[in-house]
Write a protein that binds this ligand. Structure first.
Ligand code: 5GP
Ligand code: ZN
Length: 116
């Protein structure tokens, strides 16, 4: 899709610090990490979010890449959090489906914070 930042990263037109890649997905470090390990996994094809008719094969590749990324980034044993922000209320800021893999320090128990 034109003018989509993550399509650009998926195709290699926009540079990113790649962590993992296969035919269907690519993983790269977040430009503004919120934890010592903060990597994003995207499908190379454009889907807005999980509700955008994503084929099962793509979902499988996306989530199969999670433990692989965790292993590469050295957090497979210590643990990590997996987050997918879907749409406006989740504060999704890039409209191309992506999975956050975050770890490298202990996190609080709470998973969510709501704005007032
Ligand atoms: P969202 O809030 O949509 O779930 O997450 C979007 C993420 O993309 C944010 O964590 C943000 O830091 C990251 N991001 C935005 N622009 C870029 C970029 O140009 N390169 C990389 N590597 N990450 C980006
Ligand atoms: Zn896209």
């Amino acid at each position: 899709m034109e003018d989509c930042l993550f399509c650009g990263i998926g195709s290699g037109d926009v540079s990113a610090k790649k962590v993992y890649e296969d035919e269907i997905v690519v993983a790269f470090d977040d430009i503004a990490p919120q934890s010592p390990v903060h990597t994003l996994i995207i499908p190379k094809e454009h889907y807005k979010h999980l509700g955008d008719g994503v084929p099962a094969e793509t979902l499988q590749s996306l989530f199969s890449a999670v433990p692989e990324v965790a292993r590469i980034k050295g957090v497979a044993e210590t643990g990590y959090r997996v987050i997918v922000n879907n749409g406006a209320d989740a504060n999704q800021t890039v409209g191309h489906l992506h999975v956050h893999v975050m770890g490298g320090r202990a996190m609080s128990h709470g998973m969510v914070s709501f704005s007032e």
